[in-house]
Write a protein that binds this ligand. Structure first.
Ligand SMILES: Nc1ncnc2c1ncn2[C@@H]1O[C@H](COP(=O)(O)OP(=O)(O)OP(=O)(O)O)[C@@H](O)[C@H]1O
Ligand SMILES: [Mg+2]
Length: 352
């Protein structure tokens, strides 16, 4: 393991910013640290970088205990949440900064900075100051500056936060490509799950200073292990009285359930395929979502959301529909149970 955190605790006065945090990262991976605002993501990055000291616990980098090694000696590149470029320095000097601190000779600095300017697509902008750059360009300068001293670990705190949606999407794939080209182990923080899913090899989910789950995006999506992970990842919709739905029984210790759009199949009553496992509901809202409609459906007082294909026969508010729920994630106090519709299962076997 390249980076290992073991039982890290960190308090700010009475506030627990890190609560027994443990995880490990393999060399060469791009890791997404994903969680809501205030869940402790920046605190974790700062402790790895040596900018913050844990109250207890150990941090290992490349097999070495780094607790007592100062930030400047850890060989880590850091891209800050707000870029933190030096306002009065040119792009070139910003990127050269770490190399000058290391007292590299000027010929080496020139070559290295030019190499990074090429890598990050900043050619022609060398002499500009930060205020003469777009958000995306600033982000690239911050990235190049962090990479310049050839760190062996790169930490990026919300690298896309200040950038508008379209450029952000382009930058995401650019960052993923560039990091894999450079081959550097990286951890980036985000509170945007689409970003984490698209960019990261593995995701670490944080909540209230704790780690909720670690896994590949698809593992976490398919098998969330905690109620928080089930509700936070994907488009999820939580319902309370799930046992009123045809095909599901009340399970001891599980008080509510999460639905994903793909767990629900909506059809017009005359097109109903599995009447035995379905039930009738009334459409309360129809919203256009670009690639599908989203329906809000009321089934005997239980409301749920579902997709409805654009090319199907039109559906309107007040229409009766047939709803088949194929699967649910039941939420316990601290665990999740994936259950299938038992009537649908039987029926499927019967038809086969
Ligand atoms: N130096 C500090 N002094 C006091 N409290 C702090 C300090 N740094 C962080 N905190 C608190 O610790 C908690 C976690 O903060 P942190 O910055 O790690 O969250 P985050 O997940 O990065 O949030 P965001 O997505 O908003 O950046 C917050 O409640 C914050 O107010
Ligand atoms: Mg933060």
């Amino acid at each position: 393991m390249y980076v290992e955190l073991k039982s890290i605790n960190k308090n700010f006065s009475n506030f627990k910013a890190s609560d027994n945090v443990s995880f490990s990262i393999k060399k060469g991976q791009l890791i997404g640290l994903l969680g809501p605002s205030g869940s402790g993501k920046t605190t974790i990055l700062r402790m790895i970088a040596g900018l913050e000291v844990p109250d207890s616990g150990d941090i290992y980098i490349n097999g070495k205990l780094v607790n007592n090694i100062p930030a400047s000696k850890r060989g880590i590149g850091f891209v800050f949440q707000s870029y933190a470029l030096f306002r009065y320095m040119s792009v070139f000097d910003n990127i050269a900064f770490g190399l000058k601190v290391q007292k590299k000779d000027s010929l080496y600095i020139k070559d290295r900075v030019n190499e990074l300017i090429k890598l990050t697509g900043l050619s022609g902008l060398e002499k500009r100051r930060p205020h003469q750059l777009s958000g995306g360009q600033k982000q690239r300068v911050a990235f190049a500056r962090a990479l310049a001293p050839s760190p062996h670990l790169l930490l990026l705190d919300e690298p896309f936060a200040a950038i508008d949606a379209k450029v952000r999407k382009e930058l995401r794939s650019w960052l993923k490509e560039t990091i894999s080209k450079v081959g550097i182990t990286s951890i980036f923080v985000t509170h945007d799950q689409d970003e984490a899913v698209e960019v990261a090899d593995e995701i670490i989910i944080t909540n209230k200073g704790r780690i909720e789950q670690v896994g590949t995006p698809s593992e976490i999506y398919k098998n969330p292990l905690t109620p928080f992970a089930a509700e936070f990842i994907g488009e999820s919709f939580t319902i309370d009285d799930y046992w009123k739905i045809n095909g599901f029984d009340k399970a001891e210790g599980f008080k509510s359930a999460v639905l994903r759009p793909e767990f629900v199949h909506v059809s017009l009553p005359e097109q109903e395929v599995y009447p035995h496992a379905s039930q009738r509901g009334v459409v309360e809202e129809v919203s256009f979502r670009g690639n599908a409609f989203e329906l809000l459906i009321n089934i005997n007082g239980t409301r749920l959301a579902s997709r409805y294909p654009l090319d199907n026969k039109a559906i309107n508010k007040g229409d009766e529909v047939s709803v088949l729920i194929k699967r649910l994630f039941l939420l316990g106090d601290n665990n999740v149970l994936k259950v299938e519709n038992n009537l649908f299962k039987d029926q499927a076997i019967f038809f086969i």
